[in-house]
Design a binder for this molecule. Structure first.
Ligand code: ADP
Ligand code: MG
Length: 237
């Protein structure tokens, strides 16, 4: 579904992606892990055209993403560490905004679908609340519902639980596990190693702008090939 070849990205003189190649099949769940500054967020942002890469290509279902801007945004949903909800809109309005504006769905249809999605993430009772009245875990679940409202074929998550208090991590991971069960294709940057081990089909380990290991979790966590992955795992496990 997604094909990445020789992907390079520079910020000024700083080459932060140094030739990433991998491919992701429909329905696969990919965990991206690695030290801070290794390029994980930049990689995700390139997949969603929030950054434009300098060399190499990203193809989605055979089409180069540089040729598909708005069309692509409908296919790829993204959830960020810091939620990025619209503070002046209610939960329901946050979820219905893009479907109405971008997909041109009627307000009543968008609201019907949004209420279903809020039910899925366990927030039916918060439809008319504002983000400032929600906990971090609730905000993140709204952000997930909002991304799903665009009916994406792929969901990207950039450290979705890193800004949450420990007691809220579980409720967000549970919503993500439910998405896995539904067969959603997901790319998840995470520091939750237990979660990665449990749900990922493959682990991509990044270090210094390079994809150092691309492996099934059983092998990656038990028997990493590279010293860099070993050193990283010793620190975080
Ligand atoms: P990670 O998500 O693995 O922590 P990032 O992709 O955020 O890593 O960052 C990789 C490198 O790219 C870092 O050195 C960071 O400072 C740099 N970088 C990221 N975004 C920008 C930007 N918009 N402008 C300049 N440098 C950036
Ligand atoms: Mg990051």
């Amino acid at each position: 579904m997604i094909d990445v070849k020789g992907l390079k990205k520079r910020f000024g003189n700083n080459e932060v992606l140094k030739g990433i190649s991998t491919s992701i099949k429909k329905g696969e769940v990919i965990a991206v892990i690695g030290p801070s500054g290794s390029g994980k967020s930049t990689f995700l942002r390139c997949l969603n055209l929030l950054e434009t890469h300098d060399e190499g290509y990203i193809k989605i279902e055979g089409k180069d993403i540089k040729e598909m801007e708005l069309h692509l945004r409908k296919k790829i949903g993204m959830v960020f560490q810091h939620f990025n909800l619209f503070p002046h809109l209610t939960v329901l309005e946050n979820v219905t905004f893009a479907p109405q504006q971008v997909l041109k769905i009627s307000k009543s249809e968008a609201e019907k679908e949004a209420l279903d999605l809020l039910k899925t993430v366990g927030l039916s009772d918060k439809a008319n609340s504002y983000p400032s009245n929600l906990s971090g875990g609730q905000k993140q679940r709204v952000a997930i519902a909002r991304a799903l409202a665009m009916k994406p074929e792929v969901m990207l998550f950039d450290e979705p639980t890193s800004a949450l208090d420990p007691e809220m991590v579980k409720e967000v991971l549970q919503v993500m596990k439910n998405l896995v069960k539904l067969g959603m294709t997901m790319v998840i940057v995470t520091h939750e190693m237990g979660f990665a081990k449990e749900v990922a089909d493959r682990v991509l380990f990044m270090d210094d702008g390079k994809l150092v290991e691309d492996q099934v979790p059983g092998i990656f966590f038990e028997n990493p090939k590279t010293d860099r992955a070993k050193a990283f795992l010793e620190k975080v496990l």
